[in-house]
Structure formats: structure tokens, C-alpha cells
Design a protein around this ligand. Sequence first.
Ligand SMILES: Cc1cc2nc3c(=O)[nH]c(=O)nc-3n(C[C@H](O)[C@H](O)[C@H](O)COP(=O)(O)OP(=O)(O)OC[C@H]3O[C@@H](n4cnc5c(N)ncnc54)[C@H](O)[C@@H]3O)c2cc1C
Length: 392
Amino acid sequence: MLQPHPHICLVGGGFGGLYTALRLGQFPWTSQLTPKITLIDQNDHFLFSPLLYEYVTGEMQSWEIAPSFVELLGDTPIQFQKAQVTGFDLAKQEIHLAGQSNLSYDFLVLSTGGQTPLDLAMGVKEYALPFRSLSDAHNLGEKLKSLEASSLNKIRVAIVGGGYSGVELACKLADRLGERGRIRLIERGKTILTSSNQFNRETAQKALDKRHIWVDTETVVESVTAETISLRFKEKLDILPVELVLWTVGTKVPDLITSLELEKTPHTHKLKVNQFLQVENKQNIFALGDIVSTPEAVPSNAQVALQQADYCAWNVWATLTDKPLLPFRYLPLGEMLTLGIDEATLSGLGVNLEGTLGHLTRRLVYLYRLPTLKHQMTVGLHWLTKPLLEQF
Ligand SMILES: Cc1cc2nc3c(=O)[nH]c(=O)nc-3n(C[C@H](O)[C@H](O)[C@H](O)COP(=O)(O)OP(=O)(O)OC[C@H]3O[C@@H](n4cnc5c(N)ncnc54)[C@H](O)[C@@H]3O)c2cc1C
């Protein structure tokens, strides 16, 4: 299919969408074929979510972890449009935007990411804070500031979910609150970090113990109020006073995607894509990241979305230039967790690291993973000069 100047629209500028757009911008397009590439996001910034914890502790600032799309795309042929996508007309190949005219596409790339479900227990939506976006982290920071400024002797925090986010957040908050913090991690399963390997799980457990973080396993949250959290362990119900409840459990596919008349998986409602990341029966619609289910089961994380972005960009380009498409193959590279200020654990490619060395390696890997070379250099230079600047 050789089509002159097609319009490629990418919905969602996260790990899937932004990195696909950046790759697309780098392909050797012939002048006749050069596409118009539009990246649409409801926010004006990208979010490097694995570093969101560092924003809460003040180790990093928003410009480092959430650079604006305008800044990131300045030197590229990609156009950014800030808009909330409200729906699609797949027959007319149009995207509906809140308060703006519809946008026509020739190729559509969907990567809206997931949402945190806040309807899994009573009172969660009203009283618990999610931790997914920059504004969630900002709200948490403001709440912490007001608690720190209060006359409270102890600040009691319940973190729901013993997965990566819950454990990482617990360690960071313990370090931020110090002696005043009373942190409780609540997990309904028998153990924390069920999908981690033994090294990372044990290192994380040590980090939690060192910070006196209380871990409740096999415990279910019944309800949350402005001042309490109700926990059920076996048949016993405990109502505990808390200043703050953080909800890190679950990821759901947004209604925008579930309402699409495209094939989805029965329970998770993820979009079914083929090995080339195309949605069923639509060769011009690609999807990736947390919202898709691929023929080979893969986790929902940034590492997968990043790897899919390379394939997705290639396959859009290949479709337009009549080249062979590449089937997506996931290459697990390991996992890294931050475990408090200046401490991390990582395990992958036969290497296990913890403590300060783990922390430094994690930082370097993430620096390399930041979206553009310019942003990598600006942030890297800032990290190098920060210790010097802090002396003055
Ligand atoms: C706190 C936290 C820490 C994490 N740490 C790690 C980690 O250490 N390692 C790891 O591998 N993974 C990690 N993850 C998971 C990882 O962030 C996700 O798997 C990854 O971001 C998925 O990429 P995506 O492109 O599918 O979605 P996202 O990166 O979430 O991007 C979705 C984008 O779509 C936009 N969008 C959504 N709806 C609309 C709409 N209607 N209109 C316009 N724009 C829209 C959003 O604003 C967003 O920019 C973490 C997640 C969180 C929340």
C-alpha cells in the first residue's frame, strides 16, 4: 500500500505512544511518502512513571520525570495536540476530541495506558489517593506537607497493594517521614511482590524490615473512611485509625477502549492484537502497552510498552512502504525496584545488585531510557552538577 503523505495519529503519549512516534519520526521516509505524524495526549507532559516515587521524596523535580511534549518533540517532525480523546468513528477513520474538531487519520496507534480502579472497596474513591499520574504524586506531596506541618506525633499511612508500586512507595514514604512515619503495607495474597524473583523479593523484604514497615498479608480492605481503614484478616475485622490511605491495586482498561467495537479479551477487556500489534481485521489500527493482549502473554509494564514501540513503529512504516512486518517478541531484561532514598534492587541478565550500587545502576539505566537524547543530556548534566550546586 503506497499512500502519499498519510496521517498517522497516535492516541496517548506514554511509553507506548511517545516512543512509537519518536521512532516513526526517525525512519527514512521518501519525500513523496513522508507522513504527517500527530501525537495526542490529554496532558501537556510525558510521564516517566518508574521515577514518580523520586518526585514524592524531592529527589527529582517534575521537569526531569515529566518533560513537556512540546520540549521533547521540538526537534522532530511530530506534531503534538493536547486534547482528551472521547471516542472514535472507525468507519469514517475519525477521532473525537473534547471541545475540538474531529481529527481524521489514515493510521491509528492506540496507547492510552490503564487506569487505577477505585471501586474495589467502599470509600476508596472518596478517601484513598491513587498513585499513577503526576497530579496524583502532587496531591500526595501536598497531603504529606500538611501532615508534616501538623502537631501529630505520628503519621499513620496505609498503602494498599504489595506489588511493585506499593513496596516502592512504602520505602520512599518511610524515608521521607522518618521517625514520624508509621507505614503499613496491605496485601491480599500470601506474599508481597508475587511476580518478582527471589533476590528482589528478599531484598525488598529486608528494606521494608529495616524501615519498620508493617506488612499485612492475606488481608483484605473492606472499607476506607476519612480517618480509618477496615481490614479483614481471615475472619477477624480490624478498624485502624489512619491519616492517609494510598491505593496502588489494579489496572483497568479505560472505557474509551472497552467501548470500541473491536475484539477484546473476556475478563480484562484488553484489545486483542495480532503478533504485529494490529487490532483484529483492521490493518491500519495498531495498539500497544497496558491496553493490549498479545498472542504471547506479556506483563503490563513500561519495559514491554517500550519494546512494543519499536515493533509498532516498524510495522506502521513497513505497511506504508510494502516491507515485511515484524512479529513482536518480548525480551525480558529483568526488573528494578527503588527501595528508599539512594537504595534499590535489580535483577536481570544474570546480574543481581542491591543498595547504593543498585540505586546508581537503576538511575543510569533510566537515564538511558528517557525519551530523547537532549532530555537525557539535560537530566544527566543536572545529576552530575547537583551535588556541586547544593554546596552553595
Ligand atoms: C507509579 C508507577 C511506577 C511504575 N514503575 C514501573 C517500572 O519501574 N517498570 C516498568 O516496567 N513499569 C512500571 N510502571 C508501569 C508503566 O508505567 C506502564 O506499564 C506503562 O506506562 C504503560 O505504557 P502505555 O503507553 O500503555 O501507557 P502510559 O505510559 O500510561 O501512557 C498513556 C498515555 O495516554 C494518555 N491518555 C489516556 N487517556 C487519554 C485520552 N482519553 N485522551 C488523550 N490522552 C489519553 C495519558 O495521559 C498518558 O500520557 C509503573 C507505573 C506506575 C503508575
